[in-house]
Ligand binder design. Sequence first.
Ligand code: PLP
Length: 366
Amino acid sequence: MLINVTRSSMPTYEEFCEEIKELWDSHWLTNMGAKHKQLEAALKEYLHTPNVTLYTNGHLALENVLASMNLPKGGEVITTPFTFASTTHAIVRNSLVPVFCDVNDVDYTMDVTKIEALITDKTCAIVPVHVYGNMCDVDEIQRIADKHALKVIYDAAHAFGVTYRGVSSANFGDASMFSFHATKVFNTIEGGAVCYPDETLVQVLNDMKNFGIRGPEACAYVGGNAKMNEFQAAMGLCNLRHLDEELAKRKTVVEHYRKRLSGVKGIKLCTDQKDVKSNYAYFPVVFDGYRYTRDEIYGILREQNIIARKYFYPLTNSFECYQNLETAGAEKTPVAQYLADRVLTLPLYADLSAEDIDRICDIILN
Ligand SMILES: *Cc1c(COP(=O)(O)O)cnc(C)c1O
């Protein structure tokens, strides 16, 4: 039987049907309908955050929130290459220049000791990435941003439901983007959101995602289209009801993995961060000096129908599409390069059975 790297969370068929029933009465399928409004309100409450704007996916959420910050064309944005293509693309598609900061080798987020050396008079923002359910050093990033008057926009795609000292990951920096893609801890099939403290962004972001249309005869802004539809929102409302239960199950899976794989020579695992409650979104394992390389383990698992993921690999600063970008080049971020060559994320989802975890670990260890 195939064990995939992830398995999308879904409500029961009956629960989803019940949720979408009203749509057959209203015939209102998209454009900020009842489900959209309900989900926005539910997320504000769940994340204890003042403003939530929903999107059809996380990438457009990030593109739009970057656009909403009025950053100067050609401005430099400090970010990391140890991320999904989306983060760097969103910066470049906004006519901004990504400047790649290395990551640290403890939690794999931005190495805050290396940020200030990258700041120039063109730097306008920092786009750090929370990874695997680990949080960035939000305190130090904010201190640097305040000192140099920089915006901070978090790619929080991996950090839905994570808290730091009891405060939700939605509440740091000028904004945070979440992805609700099918593979994420919380999904709306495809989907995403931006959370932010600045009330004035509500109108701006709503304009951006709906052509700038404010009324039947009023188009106030040159917007695009990135609206979340009612079926997506309905899926979100269902999945949100079960999220805490799912997070608890994920924690159990991770603890089981840790019990089996910790203390093994050549295998490095992430540990819980101080003051952070993780969502256990991914289970990264770094193979360094182990009997087999990462790529060999990947292949051995694959032969047994177990799909792990080289994640993140390759680094975005080594993408072919950025080969002419002056700031690109993986050699400039050696820790990220080290990780990208050695990390594997193992299958992880709420209903992954103890037997399956043991089977995966037995294969790796034997
Ligand atoms: C998933 C993901 C995104 C993009 O989100 P989509 O909803 O798929 O558009 C961006 N950044 C990171 C780190 C992600 O994992």
